[in-house]
Ligand binder design. Sequence first.
Ligand code: HEM
Length: 141
Amino acid sequence: MATAEGSGSDEQGQGVETSVTYYRLEEVAKRNSSEDLWLVIHGRVYDITRFLNEHPGGEEVLQEQAGADASESFEDVGHSTDAREMLKQYYIGDVHPSDLKPESGSKLLGVLDFPHRGCYSLRLPVPLLHVGKQILLRTSG
Ligand code: HEM
């Protein structure tokens, strides 16, 4: 019998929910009318049909992004924490991994790049050590 892990699931049983629905971008793109409007924000898919006429920024801006990736425009506006919290109500699933943009990949590359930069900066003092050694050798000899 499968048992749901109890650890870390203290908030309203969220820890039990493990399955995610994946949507292809092709599917999301079809939901671009005011009767059925989906958006992608940071790799997550939102059905915001019922939110259209409640959006403080107006319907039009949402319709412009209908069926598409609105991450950039969502961030450009500088939405509040409240707005980000609201997103949860409209979340229906994630973008299928094969459709994820290199946007997230480049972040990963950035992270991978970091230790290299660290190594590089560690190499900088080496020539200085050589110079120091030469000076020491000359002064002692
Ligand atoms: C489902 C996604 C979205 C939610 C839940 C949402 C929610 C909100 C909320 C709560 C506000 C009031 C101000 C704030 O609290 O930040 C707001 C304002 C606004 N939003 Fe959105 N929004 C969404 C998507 C978008 C997108 C995709 C755009 C742009 C294309 C956009 C453009 C705006 C604009 C222009 C304002 C008005 C800002 C102002 O008057 O200062 N929103 N939104």
